[in-house]
Ligand binder design. Structure first.
Ligand code: GH3
Ligand code: MG
Ligand code: MG
Ligand code: MG
Length: 324
C-alpha cells in the first residue's frame, strides 16, 4: 500500500463517544463526471455505504441540499466545471454547511487542492485512489459528522431543557422572566398594548389530597394542553409556579385579553379532566388575574404585581372567574 498522501484538517478529532461508531453505513453523494472514475469509486464505497452518483455538477448542489448526506465526495477534475466552486457553495448553504467534503484530484491539480482546504474541504485524496485509503477516509469523515451532529443535538437539548418546564412542556419561569422585559420594551417602543394574566388552579391542593399527586400531575399536563389551544403563536405561556401559570399576550388590549381569559376559564370549567389513565374524571376550575402594561417603560414587576392582586381578588370573590 502506498503512503497516505493527504492531510486532515478542520475540527479536532472527536473524543471517543459512548457508543463506538464504525463510520460505516453512511449516505454519500459522489460528484464525478468521468464514468470510469465514478464507477470504480462507487463500487468500492458501496461495500460500506449507500452511495449516490451525480455526474452533473450543476445538479449536485441541489441533491446535496435535499439528500441528507453524511459525506460529499467531489472530484476537482470535472469537465467544464469548477469543483472548488461547488465545494465553496456547499460550505455557504445552510443545508450542506455541516456535511464534510472529501475532494479527489489528479496529482497535477494538487495546487487546487490547497485552495480547497482553504475554503473548507475536510480531506482529500490524489489519484490513483487506493481502495483501503478511500474507505478509511470516508469512515473518518462520517464518524466525525455523526459525532458533531450528536454534540449539536445535545447543545440544542440542553438549551430547550433550560427554558422548558418538564411536566407541562410550557416555558419555565426563568424563560418568562427573561422574555417579559423584552416584550414589554417592544410594546413600549412600538406603542402597542401588552396583556398579562396569571392563572391559578382553584383548590388544587384538594385535587392532590383527594385523588393523589399523580392525578394532580395529569391535571397540570392537560391544563397546559388547553392553554396551548387557546393562545396564539406569539403569546408566551409559562408555568410560573406549582399550579400557577402566566400568559403574556403582545399586541393585545384589555378587552381582547379579557375575552381570551374568559374563553380559557370556560374551556377548563366546561370539560372535566381525565386522570388515572382516563379512569376518573374530575371537575377543575381556575381563577385569572388580568392586566395590561399601563404606561411606556413600566417595570414588569409592577405589571406582575397588578395581575397578582387581581388574581387575589378573583380568589376572594369566589374563584372560577376572571378579574382585571
Ligand atoms: P387556591 O384555590 O387558593 O389556589 O387553593 P390551592 O389549593 O390551589 O392553593 P395552594 O397554594 O394551597 O396549593 C397548591 C398546591 O399545588 C400545593 C402543592 O402541593 C401543589 N403542587 C405544586 N406543584 C405541584 C406539582 O408539580 N404536582 C402536583 N401534583 N401538585 C403540585
Ligand atoms: Mg394558593
Ligand atoms: Mg391554586
Ligand atoms: Mg397557587
Amino acid at each position: 500500500m502506498r503512503a497516505i498522501t493527504s492531510l486532515e484538517i478542520g475540527m479536532q478529532a472527536p473524543e471517543r463517544s459512548a457508543v463506538a461508531d464504525t463510520g460505516r453505513g453512511g449516505r454519500i453523494l459522489l460528484v464525478d463526471d468521468r464514468q470510469s472514475s465514478y464507477e470504480r469509486l462507487a463500487t468500492i464505497l458501496a461495500a460500506e455505504h449507500t452511495i449516490d452518483v451525480e455526474p452533473n455538477p450543476t445538479e449536485a448542489l441541489f441533491h446535496a441540499a435535499e439528500g441528507n448526506y453524511d459525506l460529499l465526495i467531489v472530484s476537482l477534475d470535472l469537465n467544464n466545471f469548477d469543483g472548488l466552486r461547488l465545494c465553496s457553495q456547499a460550505r455557504s448553504l445552510e443545508r450542506t454547511r455541516h456535511v464534510p467534503i472529501l475532494a479527489i484530484a489528479d496529482p497535477e491539480n494538487s495546487t487546487r487542492l490547497l485552495r480547497g482546504l482553504e475554503i473548507g474541504v475536510n480531506d482529500y485524496l490524489l489519484r490513483p485512489i487506493d481502495k483501503t485509503e478511500l474507505l478509511a477516509r470516508a469512515r473518518t469523515q462520517i464518524r466525525r459528522r455523526r459525532y458533531t451532529d450528536h454534540l449539536r443535538d445535545n447543545v440544542q437539548n440542553s438549551i430547550e431543557m433550560a427554558i422548558t418546564d418538564a411536566l407541562t412542556g410550557l416555558h419555565n419561569r426563568r424563560y418568562m422572566e427573561s422574555h417579559l422585559a423584552t416584550l414589554a420594551e417592544q410594546a413600549s417602543t412600538r406603542g402597542k398594548p401588552l396583556a398579562l394574566m396569571i392563572l391559578d388552579i382553584d383548590y388544587f391542593k384538594s385535587i392532590n389530597d383527594n385523588y393523589g399527586h399523580d392525578a394532580g400531575d395529569d391535571v397540570l399536563r392537560e391544563f397546559a394542553v388547553r392553554v396551548r389551544k387557546s393562545i396564539r403563536g406569539i403569546d408566551l405561556a409559562c408555568r410560573y409556579g406549582g399550579e400557577e401559570f402566566v400568559i403574556v399576550m403582545p399586541e393585545t388590549d384589555l378587552h381582547v385579553a379579557g375575552m381570551v381569559a374568559e374563553r380559557l376559564r370556560r374551556s377548563i370549567a366546561g370539560e372535566p379532566f381525565a386522570v388515572h389513565k382516563g379512569t376518573k374524571r374530575i371537575e377543575v376550575t381556575i381563577s385569572i388575574g388580568l392586566t395590561t402594561l399601563e404606561q411606556k417603560g413600566e417595570a414588569v414587576a409592577d405589571v406582575l404585581k397588578r395581575a397578582d392582586t387581581a388574581l387575589y381578588r378573583a380568589k376572594h370573590d369566589g374563584r372560577n372567574r376572571v378579574v382585571s
